[in-house]
Every structure is written in C-alpha cells, then in structure tokens.
Design a protein around this ligand. Structure first.
Ligand code: PBG
Length: 323
C-alpha cells in the first residue's frame, strides 16, 4: 500500500502508547462517597453495592485512616438517621448523624481529610422525597429551600469543608450561599448537583440509604433524561447563584452532558459515577463477565468527557491498585 499516514506507528509498544496517551487518571481526581449511621462498631456491607458499607462513626474514623494512607483524601458523606419524620427534622439537628460524624472526623484528622457533605432531605424524610410535601403529594419548593439552607449551615458549623446540595429545588444555591455568608462561612465552597437527572441508576443508593420515595417518583424535581439544553440552563442558574463547582449526575449515560457543560463553563465540572453504575460493573467483574480493566476504562471515559472531579465508589479500589 502506498500510504504515508500510519496511525499504528504510535501504538507499537507500551512506552510509546504511554507517551502519546491524552488522558490520565490520578487519585486526586476522585471523591469517595461513604454512608454513615448511628451505632457502634458497625460496618455492614450494602447488598446491592458489593464492597461498599454503612459505617457507624467509630468504624468510619477507622476507614478514613486507611483512605488517607492510600491517598484518598476527599470524601462525600451521606447520613442515615435513626429517626425519620415528614419534615426530615434530623437533617438539621446539630446532633444529627452527619454533624456528629463531621465533628469527630475533623477533630481526629483535621486537614488531612477534605469532607464534602451531601445536603438533601430524602434520607431523612419518612416519605423519602427530597423536600416538604403538600396535601397533594408535591414537594414544596420554597419551604424546602429554607430547610436546606439550615441544613447546610449546620454542616458548615460542624466543620464540613464543602457543601453539596443534591435536592434539585429551584433557587437553593443562592439561598444556601447567602445563609452561609451571613453566618461567616464565605469560604466554604458549594458543589452544586446542577444537572441531576431522574435516573434509575440511583436504585442501589436508595437501598443503601433507605431513601426510596414511599409514593410517586422524583420526576417533578430531577431532570428528564432526554434533555441536554436544560442541563446548560440549570448549570448557568447555579453558577449565577454562586456555585463554585457544578456536577452532572449520573455520569456514564450522560457523558455528552459532561462534555457540553465542560465546554460551556469555566468552573470545575464534577461527574457522579453513581451507585447503579458501580453495581453494574462490579457485579459483571465479580461474575467473570468482564475483566477488571473495565473499571479503569470507565473512569477514563468520564475524565476524557471533561470531568475535573469524579465522585466514585471505585476510588478506594483505584488507589489500592495503583499503589
Ligand atoms: C440524595 C442523593 C441521591 C444520590 C446522591 N444524593 C439519591 C437520589 O437522588 O435518589 C444518588 C447517588 C448514587 O446513586 O450513587 N438526593
């Protein structure tokens, strides 16, 4: 053949392939989500998420020591309260599970670990919705935003390093920002779950956090999976209201959205590789259906699409493997 261009020339051996590789994963890219509950000495595996656990605070402290050692120093905390009610009162209690966990982790590890707290009501409400319900079963936006900004403030007071609202109410970023600023927490960044879709990929998480809605679904506040221009709108609003980082969630079925948001903004973009995406791959690997390499390939695809930050249950595994 008379061809001068031969792309295969650069694929000849591993050194050459590494030299010309465009995207690299590093431990610093990852945020590791963790579930914390009341009790002592508890580390219970989540059935639908093999390798992930619900920790009591003491076990969480232990786990974090290992994480810090292997270089996973950013965690995102989800709380499972002992009691739930229709207003999710435990979420904004200074003695709530998250507030206690953050206080203790910060006391033990100080700046060795960076704690991002998820701000939402669904784990705390008896009905499992992300806000206050009216008599027709709809989530009341403005009243919910008031509560969310209270929750965010208690997290900041407990010592959280960053606040991540995941509720998808309108106007919550602005009000949370104002509330934090008024109380003197101007330096606490907000990572907004901006383009959060109404996705079936959250199934295992709802099992882990016991937060599946008791009736209906979340389609009246989370985004429709068919939309991408609306993701740009949500992101623009959140940036306008004061978000420091914007997030796309889930990641894998929404890589086009990650890519678009990366192009349209100039602040860091996070992607959440959610529970269902984790479960799917983990179970395929455990059952010998695909090789372990599929995990790396998947995380790489999220980064290649444009994510600066990847929130993933694979973070620890990645760090252990690359040690
Ligand atoms: C709380 C919240 C959810 C997730 C993160 N924050 C659940 C939901 O919206 O139903 C999902 C995370 C995952 O699936 O890994 N609103």
């Amino acid at each position: 053949m008379n061809i001068s261009k031969r792309p295969r020339r650069l694929r000849g051996n591993d050194i050459l392939r590494k030299m010309t590789r465009e995207t690299h994963l590093k431990k610093e890219d990852f945020v590791y989500p963790l579930f914390v509950q009341e009790g002592n000495g508890i580390k219970t595996e989540i059935k639908s998420m093999p390798g992930q656990f619900r920790y009591s605070i003491d076990s969480l402290v232990e786990e974090c020591s290992e994480l810090i050692e292997i270089g996973i120093d950013k965690i995102m905390l989800f709380g499972i309260p002992a009691d739930k009610d229709d207003k999710g009162s435990q979420a904004s209690s200074m003695d709530g599970i998250i507030q206690k966990a953050v206080r203790i982790l910060k006391k033990v590890y100080r700046d060795k670990i960076y704690i991002i707290t998820d701000v939402c009501l669904c784990e705390y409400t008896s009905h499992g919705h992300c806000g206050i319900i009216d008599d027709k079963g709809r989530v009341r936006n403005d009243e919910t935003v008031d509560i969310l900004s209270e929750i965010a403030l208690t997290h900041a007071k407990a010592g959280a390093d960053m606040i991540a609202p995941s509720d998808m109410m309108d106007g919550r970023i602005g009000q949370i920002r104002t509330n934090l600023d008024l109380a003197g927490y101007q330096d606490i960044p907000i990572m907004a779950y901006s383009a959060k879709y109404a996705s079936s990929f959250y199934g295992p998480f709802r099992d882990a956090a016991d937060s599946a809605p008791a009736f209906g679904d979340r389609k009246a506040y989370q985004m429709d999976p068919g939309n991408i221009r609306e993701a740009v709108k949500e992101v623009e609003l959140d940036i306008h209201e004061g978000a420091d980082i914007v997030m796309v969630k889930p990641a894998l079925s929404y890589l086009d959205v990650v890519s678009k948001i990366k192009q349209e903004t100039n602040i860091p973009v996070a992607a959440y590789n959610v529970s269902g995406e984790y479960a799917m791959l983990k179970m395929a690997v455990e059952n010998g259906i695909m090789s372990l390499d599929v995990i790396n390939e998947t995380l790489l695809s999220i980064k290649r699409a444009g994510a600066d930050i990847i929130i993933t249950y694979f973070a620890k595994e990645f760090a252990l493997k690359s040690k």
